[in-house]
Write a protein that binds this ligand. Structure first.
Ligand code: ADP
Ligand code: MG
Ligand code: MG
Length: 513
């Protein structure tokens, strides 16, 4: 049998081969919790009134080809990124400069900053912070130099609610299983082989990060049992991704956790006089728990704050003695504006946070060009690029938002800016589009298979636990820092956005080449 070459990867399947692969993929996914709650467009809520249904998470049939050197670089650089972003989160005065440019034009950022100031007025009572980060990249190959080695360019750095660490562990295991049971045709064995697949340890490793914070919190102030609190969105469909972290936290670390919808914070938690955070489980209010660590899987988007009271809830949590993952300053460090300030060509800021020149230059290599849209010299240059329909096609415009679906791409940028008052332009950053080499795969979503050109985005998780210095300056110390596994997300190449939960992409794993 002729072997599949990289150019015709993934291999064609006969109908019988496809049936075998899909029936195994579907059963394995459900049996192992590689699942999501169904979208209302897929299963109408009236058909599942008691909320018992789950369906397979969108996945790729094959692991996507990924350059080994890029994968290894991404993992190797993660602890430098942990150092960078924890240093930024500790540097209140530097962050104030960044936020200062946004507060008048971005209410969400202004509310976050105001919340920080209110806690600061009373004094922070917890000097430990936890980051469960994810640095996202695409492979970049200069089209004019097709024989040059591919490199990684960073899409963004997430400091809050970095998702898919649970499902990523599962999908890498799924692809390995499909290889083991010979679901991939024999012709592809030269490419898909055990040492080309990489298992992602993200679920365990992120849970270990939560457990490290839990332990570092120390003894109970109130002689109650201790717990970690997952603050979540109501009606979250990606719930099993989070559940895998909860189960790993309990089974591998013996740490109890609870899920609390963000909107119910004030009804189920209280602050003691010394600002110990007490959680009352609705099912057994007689036993209350002391919260060591608050893990935010909500609160990153303005939609999470429909009522004024939701900001009171964020303030209430931030004031508490519990360790926050992330703190408000860490959340703000993840603003696209921070990434832009670091990555604007000739920026002097990186060395402030990464004094080791070698480390700083490795990080710098992963930056794509990003410009402000303000009235600085770089900003004026960017305004020209963004408003000219011929140059705008090389860029993406991003607001200070998370969770997907917020960006403006390429030719849509000039008409978008035309409608936006110029005073609001500095709320956005302009980023060069990263153009990965063409790849193919097949995505299985909602029971349907779609084949074709795809774009992959590698996420590398990082765990960092640190102690803030006095006055939130650059002092302080990192207590724990490690690379925590990876995520590969893959979308059709016709889609600009890549969010899996937002309905654009699929979870995937790497097949290193
Ligand atoms: P969010 O915080 O909402 O996830 P991102 O910066 O990750 O925002 O952008 C969302 C998606 O848009 C990414 O997952 C990626 O698919 C696409 N994207 C963003 N920036 C770039 C870029 N510079 N080049 C190519 N695609 C990009
Ligand atoms: Mg993000
Ligand atoms: Mg993103």
């Amino acid at each position: 049998m002729a072997s599949t070459s990289r150019a015709d990867y993934p291999p064609e399947l006969s109908q019988e081969e496809e049936n075998y692969l899909l029936s195994n993929l579907k059963d394995w996914s459900i049996a192992h919790g590689l699942t999501v709650r169904p979208a209302p467009s897929f299963v109408q809520p009236a058909q599942d009134p008691s909320g018992v249904l789950a369906t397979t998470a969108p996945v790729t049939l094959y692991p996507s080809l990924f350059p080994r050197s890029c994968f290894e670089d991404g993992l190797a650089i993660q602890t430098a990124y942990n150092e960078l972003y924890s240093a930024i989160a500790r540097d209140e005065s530097w962050l104030q400069g960044i936020v200062g440019e946004l507060v008048d034009i971005d209410d969400f950022v202004a509310n976050l900053w105001q919340t920080h100031l209110e806690v600061k007025k009373e004094g922070y009572v917890q000097d430990l912070s936890l980051g469960l980060f994810r640095s996202d990249y695409m492979v970049h190959q200069d089209p004019s130099q097709s024989d040059a080695a591919p490199g990684l360019k960073q899409v963004e750095f997430n400091t809050i609610a970095s998702s898919f660490g649970g499902l990523s562990t599962k999908v890498s295991a799924l692809h390995k299983y499909l290889l083991t049971i010979d679901a991939y045709p024999a012709s592809s064995s030269a490419i898909i082989k055990e040492n080309a697949l990489q298992q992602s340890k993200s679920a365990s490793s992120l849970a270990k990060g939560l457990a490290a914070a839990h332990t570092a919190y120390g003894f109970s102030q109130s002689s109650r049992p201790l717990c970690v609190l997952f603050v979540v969105q109501d009606g979250e469909r990606n719930v099993f991704d989070q559940r895998h972290l909860e189960y790993a936290l309990l089974e591998e670390n013996g740490v109890r956790s609870f899920r609390l919808p963000f909107g119910e914070t004030l009804s189920h938690t209280q602050l003691d006089s010394d600002r110990t955070l007490i959680y009352t489980p609705p099912n057994s209010p007689a036993t209350t728990y002391e919260v060591t660590t608050i893990y935010f899987r909500a609160g990153y988007s303005p939609e999470d704050y429909p009522k004024e009271e939701d900001w009171t809830a964020r303030l209430h949590l931030e004031k508490s003695r519990a360790i926050k993952c992330p703190s408000i300053l860490t959340h703000l460090a993840g603003c696209k504006k921070v990434q832009q300030v670091l990555a604007t060509p000739h920026s002097p800021h990186l060395k402030r946070f990464l004094p080791n020149g070698k480390v700083a230059s490795r990080v710098l290599e992963t930056f794509a060009s990003i410009y402000p849209l303000d009235d600085s010299e770089a900003g004026n240059e960017a305004r020209k690029l963004a408003t000219d329909p011929s140059s705008a096609t090389k860029y993406v415009l991003k607001p200070q938002r998370e969770g997907g679906g917020n960006n403006v791409y390429r030719k849509a940028i000039p008409p978008f800016l035309e409608k936006l008052p110029e005073t609001h332009w500095p709320a956005y950053i302009l980023m060069e589009m990263i153009e990965p080499p063409p790849l193919e795969n097949a995505i299985f979503r909602n029971g349907e298979l779609q084949r074709g050109g795809v774009i992959c985005e590698l996420g590398v998780y990082g765990v960092c636990l640190w102690r803030d210095g006095n006055g939130y300056d650059q002092k302080g110390e990192i207590l724990e820092s490690w690379e925590a596994g990876y995520l590969l997300r893959t979308k059709g190449d016709q889609s600009e956005e890549g969010g899996v939960a937002a309905g654009f992409g699929a979870v995937d794993s790497v097949c290193l080449v």
